[in-house]
Design a protein around this ligand. Structure first.
Ligand code: ATP
Ligand code: MG
Ligand code: MG
Ligand code: MG
Length: 484
């Protein structure tokens, strides 16, 4: 089954269960002071849960473009290093706004996975919330009892607050959740283990695919929980992970969501992707094909790279991709922009914004690449110097201030400094780095008015993004050249 078909089957299934199918909200949030990007399917429905707005239907399903690179959900450091955390990913979801609750949510999920998608039942595990005394939260015995009618009891695992109590951010709707994990290990591997070891959450081939959240509370700004006026269901399933399970792959990057992008990178770089976890070249290829999606979707949804705020996050992601491909794929000239056409071919039919904004996205990425490539060489020379000074002093830790300066002045990604340090058996003074980062945050708070001013035209887009016009594109390009 192709990824397109997998997505469509999800939507068709929930449509047949009375759900209204809605489009993904933009990945960039323009009117939410608590969040920069959509980091889960429920972001666009927050007001429904809080009772501020009336939903268009009590049952809704969709696929939502998500980005987890900042705030409470930040997966950036894992991306490229594992096979199933992305910066940008699609979250398939179904919602009940005060309509059905745990029983039906569990039944729908189970039926879809085991009957429609035909995942063997013996490859599935579920978790439920074990309770948390410190917040007076009780064990989710309801969920346990509903699961019991579908799955053997030794496959229902208790989970703690960290994994089984879902919160959108520091504040907002939240509640206990029940996760579904799929075991992708071969029979041979499974034969070697028994009992509870089977669950082994940390095993890279036992992967969480779906989270069913039972929304009961709102976390207030002071941290306390209050009961929501109504109870809701909010589920999120990682689309790329589901594709991995259904296409019989061991890595999201081996599914057709990523293989066309990987082939293009292979063709442009002359390097072969071997899918090895610890291999620098393979990590770099995963980073590149992951990050291009994040950056392209963000730009297509109205967020241009910039020096502050959400635009800075996007610029940093792009720079991370450029640094990895520069160092580990030998790419010294702009090339990432050429992946935009591949992405459009793969995903443009479902996400028309990629078709509509292709020219701009390509152009912006190329500008960013050529500009950053000019400074990266300096950055690499600089870190070599810092390293030799550190070694000369007989020390083993690179000063946090220097690594920060590198990051701040040259936009040189801190994780790349760490990798380079490690190659010389050195570490980075993380405390010093964090302190500098904190100081910088304070400084940029003060000067943010000035920074916004540089981008005034683009920052003042209407609340609902309707697309860039030609003048905006040209303004961006000219302004960009002026600023850099
Ligand atoms: P994990 O424990 O793997 O980090 P999570 O518990 O943080 O996942 P949820 O917040 O429960 O994830 O999100 C719902 C679903 O979205 C997950 O079950 C997973 O399938 C998917 N998902 C979450 N984070 C990512 C990511 N960074 N990349 C791809 N899919 C993801
Ligand atoms: Mg996570
Ligand atoms: Mg989890
Ligand atoms: Mg989860």
């Amino acid at each position: 089954m192709t990824s397109q078909q997998i997505r469509q089957q999800f939507l068709d299934y929930f449509k047949s269960k009375g759900h209204q199918i809605v489009p993904s909200a933009p990945i960039v949030l323009k009117d939410d002071p608590t969040l920069m990007f959509s980091n889960s399917g429920m972001t666009q429905f927050k007001d429904y849960f809080l009772g501020y707005k009336v939903p268009t239907s009590l049952r809704i399903a969709d696929t939502q473009k998500c980005l987890r690179v900042s705030g409470k959900h930040n997966d950036l450091d894992d991306v490229g290093r594992d096979t199933y955390h992305h910066t940008m990913f699609e979250m398939l979801g179904n919602w009940s706004f005060g309509d059905y609750f745990k029983k039906e949510a569990i039944e729908f999920a189970w039926q879809l996975l085991t009957e429609v998608y035909q995942i063997p039942k013996e490859n599935l595990y579920v978790t439920i919330f074990e309770g948390d005394a410190s917040e007076n939260l009780v064990r989710d015995t309801d969920a346990y009892n509903f699961w019991k009618s579908h799955i053997a009891e030794d496959r229902i695992i208790n989970g703690n607050k960290k994994d089984n109590f879902w919160e959108m951010g520091e504040s907002g709707p939240c509640g206990p959740c029940s996760e579904i994990h799929v075991d992708l290990r071969s029979d041979e591997e499974k034969a070697k283990i028994s009992g509870l070891d089977l669950v082994n959450n940390d095993h890279p081939q036992v992967v969480e695919i779906w989270n069913l959240v039972f929304m009961e509370f709102n976390r207030k700004a002071d941290g306390s929980l209050e009961k929501l006026p109504k109870q809701h269901v909010d589920t999120g399933m990682g689309f790329e992970r589901l594709c991995m399970a259904l296409q019989g792959k061991k890595s999201n990057y081996d599914t057709d969501v990523f293989t066309p992008l990987i082939s293009k990178v292979e063709q442009l770089s002359g390097k072969k992707y071997e899918g090895i976890l610890e291999n620098e070249k393979d990590i770099a290829i995963r980073v590149v094909v992951d990050h291009i999606r994040a950056v392209a979707f963000a730009i297509a949804d109205g967020q241009l790279p910039a020096n502050g705020g959400a635009g800075y996050v996007i610029r940093r992601i792009l720079r991370r991709a450029i640094s990895y491909s520069y160092r580990f794929l030998g790419m010294k000239e702009p090339f990432l922009y050429q992946l935009v056409a591949v992405l459009k071919n793969d995903m443009g039919s479902f996400f028309p914004e990629l078709v509509k904004q292709e020219k701009l996205v390509t152009e912006v990425i190329r500008e960013e690449e050529s500009s950053f490539l000019k400074t990266i060489e300096h950055g690499l020379k600089r870190i070599d110097l810092i390293i030799s000074e550190t070694i000369a002093k007989g020390e083993k830790t690179l000063p946090g201030t220097e690594v920060f300066e590198l990051y701040d002045t040259y936009g040189f990604p801190a994780d790349l400094s760490r990798i380079i340090a490690e190659e010389k058996q050195l570490t980075v003074d993380e405390k010093g780095f964090d302190e500098e980062m904190e100081k910088q945050k304070q400084r940029s708070k003060k000067s943010s008015a000035q920074k916004v001013h540089d981008w005034v035209i683009l920052e003042e887009k209407p609340e609902i993004f309707v697309g860039y016009d030609q003048t905006e594109v040209e303004t961006y390009i000219t302004r960009y050249r002026k600023i850099e």
